[in-house]
Design a protein around this ligand. Structure first.
Ligand code: MN
Ligand code: FE2
Length: 296
């Protein structure tokens, strides 16, 4: 065991101006919504008036989110441990809010399912590609951090968790919810929760972007490694969308499935564009990012 160095009683103190510490402050201000306070009365009425196909489309999205939130809640811990082991105190302080928020997201989707009386098994919505991502790739990549805390292992975990699952798949999911429900003017409780979730997730993705940019700045070879990982994951995002669309030309709410696919493709390129900004930057510039520079 290395000799402990205490940061907060040293002249260093806490890095109050650093991006992760500011993110922690923001999470304390904005991340305290309570899923149990959301009123689903109107959602229950709307649910009964929807067509079978519409309910099926929304249930598919909810079941994928529900399982996704459960998975990210269970799989985050090894990353927090790896960051703590490196003594990155401000980052770990932010990560305490991160895990708490994922737990609330898991709670939120179960609450809406309960309110709608949907207590059946929803795992048939977890298609082959969905299972590949959430049953295999995510848990394996995150669990590896328990024995391997190399810069490559941490970068890979952040690519899979923050860039791909949160930054591409979840963002596409919010877009699909809004696309269906906002246009139809229904399910206000579900949309209220989704709005809160999306704001929480912007901080999670912002942290992942910081973590990857910091890692790339410290180890420049990681940029190509990260780009290659995103390249490997790209076909899975496309296949996941195709399995959801299942050959339909129009969604149950009248939307065009191509809009969803285009949104996914745009997210994939945006995430890499933002990471590319780390190249040639000094580490101080990365720590002093403003919230808006990392999309928070
Ligand atoms: Mn979440
Ligand atoms: Fe998240």
């Amino acid at each position: 065991m290395e000799k402990r160095t205490i940061l907060t009683t040293s002249t260093r103190g806490l890095l109050e101006d650093s991006f992760p510490y500011r993110l922690y402050q923001k999470a304390k201000r904005l991340g305290n919504w309570n899923p149990a306070d959301i009123d689903f009365t109107q959602d229950q009425k709307d649910w009964k008036s929807m067509t079978v196909e519409q309910r099926e489309d929304i249930l598919r999205l909810i079941s994928q989110f529900q399982a996704g939130e459960e998975a990210v809640t269970l799989d985050l811990l090894p990353l927090i441990m790896a960051i703590a082991k490196e003594g990155r105190l401000e980052e770990e302080m932010f990560l305490t809010t991160f895990l708490y928020e994922e737990a609330k997201h898991t709670e939120f989707f179960r609450l809406i399912l309960n309110a709608l009386g949907e207590r059946g098994d929803l795992s048939h919505f977890h298609t082959e590609t969905y299972q590949k991502i959430f049953y295999e790739i995510l848990p394996t990549t995150m669990a590896r951090l328990m024995t391997d805390q190399s810069p490559e292992a941490i970068a890979e975990a952040s690519v899979v968790y923050n860039m791909f699952v949160e930054g591409v798949l979840a963002e596409t999911g919010y877009f699909s919810f809004y696309n269906a429900l906002e246009t139809a003017g229904i399910m206000p409780g579900l949309l209220e929760g989704i709005g809160n979730l999306k704001r929480d997730e912007s901080r999670h993705i912002g942290y992942g972007t910081f973590l990857l940019q910091r890692s790339i700045c410290e180890h420049p070879h990681l940029f190509d490694f990260v780009a290659a990982k995103m390249g490997e994951l790209t076909p899975l995002a496309i296949r996941l969308n195709q399995e959801g669309i299942a050959g339909r030309k129009v969604s149950a709410f009248g939307g065009n499935p191509d809009d969803i696919m285009n949104f996914t493709l745009k997210q994939l390129s945006v995430r890499m564009e933002i990471l590319a900004r780390a190249k040639g930057k000094k580490i101080e510039e990365i720590y002093s990012y403003s919230d808006s520079e990392l999309g928070v």
